[in-house]
Design a protein around this ligand. Structure first.
Ligand SMILES: [Fe+2]
Ligand SMILES: [Fe+2]
Length: 302
């Protein structure tokens, strides 16, 4: 029987040559939950890869869970992985067994597909007009221009842009609430803060994008600790969340009537003055100074 995955090429992305099956013992329910949507859970006999809490002898690759990662054993070879990502352990196990050229293909491709899908949901939920970009697209454009000033380039920049596109992913459900709840405005104001929490849970449950969860959660935190949802202070706030936070504020102030700011959209010079005055309060003073200087140069205001 042909066990090739039908439609291996999804959106031009090749995933795996065939379905992979894993055995996960009862006591490893956390691992089971994390790999279940992507990998078939089967008995020891049917499995391609075994998970275990202790080292066991087997002709099949075995992923042994440690406190901070996995040891993957196969035919006398061992790969030690830091981090608790069972999908990555699975990809390494498969690569050891089948000699896949790229052990990270499985996870990375899955990540690309899920990320693109979520980004298109975000853009669709933020449609403002036929010719305008969505809020998250505009924030991402600003981050793209500004981040190199902070020395962020290449792969790091690519990663930051992905987080920027997904920073408000938790609003998707809230936008629906606005559409279908009669008391939508009151509900929106009441639940506005929750998009950070909803977004972080959303990204964490995708598994492959869980590294973006702290950024979505903390982009409304303030340097002085008065932000939300956790009241983080100063460098407790993830660096990327601080960068996205300032670009987010800039876009909100320019484009939306926000009760948080002055109740009307501002012009660029006004926003930059406001951002400057928030140095060390709302924003990281170092990022704030560089952002204001950069934007003034960009806009020909200095
Ligand atoms: Fe937000
Ligand atoms: Fe935003």
């Amino acid at each position: 029987m042909d066990n090739k995955r039908r439609g291996t090429d999804v959106c031009g992305v090749k995933i795996l040559e065939r379905d992979v099956k894993a055995f996960v013992p009862e006591e490893m329910c956390e691992v089971k939950d994390k790999i279940d949507p992507f990998v078939k859970i089967v008995s020891v006999d049917e499995a391609d890869v075994l998970f275990s809490t202790v080292a066991i002898n087997s002709e099949k690759p075995v992923c042994v869970q440690r406190t901070n990662g996995f040891d993957v054993f196969y035919c006398g070879k061992t790969s030690r992985l830091e981090g608790k990502d069972p999908l990555l352990a699975m990809a390494v196990a498969v690569s050891l067994k089948e000699g896949f050229k790229n052990a990270f293909v499985f996870r990375n491709r899955m990540r690309v597909i899920i990320s693109r899908l979520l980004q298109s949901f975000v853009v669709n939920s933020e449609v403002e007009g036929q010719n305008s970009m969505s809020h998250s697209e505009r924030v991402t454009m600003t981050v793209k221009k500004f981040a190199p000033v902070l020395g962020i380039k290449g792969q790091e920049l690519k990663q930051l842009l992905e987080y920027s596109m997904l920073h408000d992913v938790g609003k998707i459900g809230l936008e629906q609430l606005m559409l279908y709840t009669p008391t939508r405005l009151r509900e929106w104001l009441h639940t506005g803060q929750d998009h950070t929490i909803v977004g972080s849970i959303f990204l964490a449950t995708t598994i492959v994008l869980e590294d973006g969860a702290p950024i979505a959660r903390s982009h409304h935190e303030r340097w002085d600790g008065k932000g939300y949802p956790d009241g983080l202070k100063g460098e407790e706030i993830p660096y990327y969340a601080r960068i996205i936070g300032i670009c987010d504020f800039y876009d909100e102030a320019l484009n939306t009537v926000s009760s948080e700011i002055l109740g009307r959209p501002l012009q660029e010079p006004e926003v930059l003055e406001l951002i400057e005055s928030e140095s060390g309060k709302r924003f990281d003073p170092v990022i704030d100074k560089k952002f204001v200087e950069f934007m003034r140069r960009e806009l020909g205001l200095s």
